[in-house]
Design a protein around this ligand. Structure first.
Ligand code: ADP
Ligand code: 5GP
Length: 220
């Protein structure tokens, strides 16, 4: 498995912290892409890990921005040559996290956002638990989950049915994440995500260099 060790990010002249990996999962339609999009436009200090997928592109999606859309053969080559940090089959398609951009971000101490399913999240917890902040987004009800998938109007009816059926298995994994959130009111849920990120950036364990010296100087 590739090495994901992080370097410190400078946060003030004399104090730096480790970059973190924000893992966001949810059943399809609960709102994680909306929250991820809002976060990326709100916060210049976090960037998206753009996954590869064998799924067909939706009308609203941009290749290279939302996903790298690749063939099954290309996926297999990346997977079999250690090109993916994690991968999974979800709703009948393959998805994976390209390793190289993550390695670069971690080297530079930059924060990264991962919109991945629970199978991928478990693989990431194995290799980088200390640097991961994990959030699981739940819908307020199954009825609202269906409404959202239908309102999004990007998937065929049979695909929506398949995603709803899979959501029951996916939601059973909520308690493997640090922060379960119910996305009823979008603004409130988004505010909670930002609060989590803000607090986690201040976590003592991420202050790798300088804090001890700073406090020692205060105590002199
Ligand atoms: P996911 O990425 O989890 O599959 P999306 O972010 O695509 O879900 O959201 C599915 C649909 O639900 C989108 O049309 C989105 O605008 C809408 N949506 C997201 N959050 C809410 C919310 N809190 N209330 C109402 N609609 C929402
Ligand atoms: P969608 O097809 O709706 O974009 O995504 C379907 C599911 O695949 C979502 O749960 C999404 O989080 C997940 N997913 C997207 N990219 C990746 C990835 O790189 N790895 C894994 N494991 N899951 C992914």
């Amino acid at each position: 498995m590739p090495n994901t060790s992080t370097s410190p990010k400078q946060i003030s002249p004399n104090i730096s912290r480790r970059g973190l990996m924000l893992v966001l999962s949810s059943p399809s339609g609960a709102g994680k892409s909306t929250i991820a999009r809002n976060l990326l436009s709100d916060d210049p200090d976090i960037s998206l890990s753009v996954s590869v997928t064998t799924r067909a592109r939706r009308g609203s999606e941009i290749d290279g921005k939302d996903y790298h859309f690749i063939s099954q053969r290309e996926f297999e080559i990346m997977r079999d040559n250690d090109g993916l940090l994690e991968w999974a089959e979800v709703h009948g398609n393959f998805y994976g996290t390209p390793f190289e951009p993550v390695q670069e971000a971690m080297k530079e101490g930059r924060d990264m956002l991962f919109d991945i399913d629970w199978q991928g999240a478990l693989q990431m917890f194995e290799v980088a638990r200390a640097d991961i902040v994990s959030i699981f987004i739940l819908p307020p009800s199954m009825k609202e989950l269906r409404n959202r998938l239908e309102r999004r109007a990007e998937d065929a009816a049979d695909v929506i049915d398949k995603r709803l059926a899979n959501s029951k298995l996916e939601m059973q994994h909520w308690n493997e994440y640090q922060y379960p959130l119910i996305n009823d009111d979008l603004n409130e849920c988004f505010a909670n995500v930002k609060a989590i990120l803000r607090a986690e950036r201040l976590n003592r364990d991420r202050r790798v260099i300088g804090m001890t010296d700073f406090v020692e100087a205060l105590l002199k």
